[in-house]
Design a protein around this ligand. Structure first.
Ligand SMILES: Cc1cc2nc3c(=O)[nH]c(=O)nc-3n(C[C@H](O)[C@H](O)[C@H](O)COP(=O)(O)OP(=O)(O)OC[C@H]3O[C@@H](n4cnc5c(N)ncnc54)[C@H](O)[C@@H]3O)c2cc1C
Length: 465
């Protein structure tokens, strides 16, 4: 291996933007965090490297199943996620881009209801909410680093078409997925992507859709391979949500072109528009350390090749797909896990299965993706949900930074719960409200009185009991 060479950049003056709260990453958690902070009265800047807000939800949100507590035998299901995530869903439905909550009777303990968003409408609805909130959004803007003094971040550095800038905020929220802010502040992180095979197919995935699919024929002529898991009219004219499972296992000869690709035998598919398989997700992505640019680039390209071949193989061997074509694909590789940042409280699998509650909760959550039929670990005990403590957002070693999204929870099995879409959104709202309160009162993250945070969260319709 060649030794890395270094040069020194000439010192230069760069313009500074001042705000109360800086959110890095306009993804699943970051958009909610920014809106929550702005509604709490803060002057908020949100930076995102891609041209469109939404993050992995718009890319990978096959079904956000966790707005309700896990159904328990004989116990009625309670909605546990409210606030901005729930409002977003209501607005998606109104705009014709949300399926509503579809019951999953075949699998009630795992996900009593699924909510599937149309990724294109989501982009519009979340943009509308950001515009209304007054958040200052900078898209196509890369977060590059921080300046620190002791345990405090004093400025963040960003680059975009206008050049290099500094943003000086009172409070910072790292919603970059990979913990880029925490990393550049030198905080302690743990890589979890290598072990992700133990809990699911792979740490990455690339979701795509196909138009021109004859779903009627697909079901009729693939009785061995394709099963409809759920189907429900959504109340929105023309929007019928159907969830399918496709497996090559029962007829490997018929589905040989797909089987030869060495993907997972199980593929999850959702259709929310007639003649379209809106989301096709095979969990077996490639391994990738998403914290490294070369690794990300390799994985991104390998997955582009793989989904191109996968779409071709579906066309070749699955009746109903003969005239199908790839109609869209995620803008960037979907990452389930890269590295997580060590926070004051790290949730454990044991706490999740035992429905643990905490004195400093910022929200509730009732979904676990640790799915294997009859696996007791994937159940959450009665009442089917657990609490997210405020401390899970606070990275060890920094006094004015919050973490929100898939960048927390080092216990692999526990990560399979907290990383899901509504979990990230709940953390986003908690971090946004707390950051705004800290900025307003000039206190550090660990000095914020919980009673004040709780009152503000309840005013934003967060469900806490
Ligand atoms: C293939 C796949 C399928 C999934 N299916 C489901 C499902 O069915 N149901 C479910 O609930 N969950 C699902 N998930 C999980 C869920 O979608 C993610 O865990 C969640 O969306 C992550 O949210 P986040 O806010 O942490 O990260 P993201 O939504 O990825 O947001 C991070 C944002 O930060 C930006 N960013 C990163 N670095 C920088 C930087 N340096 N500068 C500026 N911006 C930056 C990124 O571009 C991105 O927009 C799936 C995930 C994958 C990959």
């Amino acid at each position: 291996m060649t030794e890395t060479q270094y040069i020194s950049e000439p010192e230069r003056k760069i313009p500074v933007t001042v705000c109360d709260v800086l959110v890095v990453g306009a993804g699943t958690a970051g958009c909610i965090a920014a809106i929550a902070a702005a509604r709490q009265g803060a002057d908020v800047v949100l930076v995102e490297k891609l041209p469109v807000p939404g993050g992995t939800y718009t890319n990978g949100g096959i079904g956000a199943n966790s707005f309700y507590a896990m159904a328990q035998d004989g116990v009625p299901v309670k909605r546990t996620v409210g606030g901005i995530p729930y409002e977003l869903n209501q607005r998606l439905m109104k705009a014709g881009g949300g399926t509503g909550y579809i019951p999953s009777p075949r699998d009630p303990h795992h996900s009593p209801y699924r909510f599937v968003a149309d990724h294109e409408i989501y982009k519009g609805v979340v943009s509308e909410m950001l515009l209304e909130s007054g958040v200052r959004v900078y898209l196509q803007t890369f977060f590059c680093g921080v300046l620190t003094e002791g345990k405090t971040i004093t400025a963040a550095l960003i680059e975009n078409k206008d050049g290099r800038h500094a943003i000086r905020a009172r409070q910072y929220i790292d919603a970059s997925g990979d913990g880029d802010v925490a990393r550049s502040a030198g905080l302690v992180q743990k890589e979890i992507w290598q072990d992700y095979h133990q809990v699911t197919g792979a740490p990455t995935g690339l979701v795509f859709g196909m138009g021109g699919v004859d779903t009627g024929r697909m079901l009729k002529e693939n009785p061995q391979g394709v099963v409809m898991l759920s189907g429900a009219p959504t109340g929105i004219p023309g929007v019928v949500a159907e969830q399918y499972a496709f497996t090559t296992l029962r007829d490997p000869l018929k589905y040989k072109p797909v089987a030869d690709l060495n993907l997972r035998s199980f593929t999850s598919m959702s259709s929310i528009h007639k003649g379209e398989m809106t989301y096709i997700n095979n969990s077996k992505g490639v391994d990738c350390d998403a914290s490294r640019a070369d690794e990300m680039s390799r994985a991104e390209m390998e997955m582009r090749v793989l989904i191109m071949k996968f779409a071709g193989a579906l066309r070749e061997c699955v009746p109903g797909f003969e005239a199908a074509y790839m109609s869209w694909a995620s803008v960037q590789l979907g990452i389930r896990a890269s590295r997580v940042t060590i926070c004051d409280k790290m949730l454990t699998q044991e706490e999740i299965s035992n429905a643990a509650r905490f004195e400093d909760e910022i929200g509730l959550f009732g979904f676990h993706d640790l799915y294997k039929k009859n696996n007791p670990e994937c159940r959450i005990r009665k009442p089917g949900f657990y609490g997210f403590p405020y401390r899970m957002l606070l990275p060890v070693g920094c006094d004015n930074l919050f973490m929100a999204g898939r960048c927390v929870t080092a216990d692999l099995k526990a990560h399979m719960s907290t990383r899901n879409v509504p979990g990230c959104q709940v953390m986003g709202q908690g971090a946004g409200v707390a950051a705004a309160l800290c900025a307003d009162s000039g206190c550090m993250t660990r000095e914020l009185p919980y009673r004040q945070l709780r009152e503000a969260l309840l005013k934003q319709n967060v469900i806490l009991d």
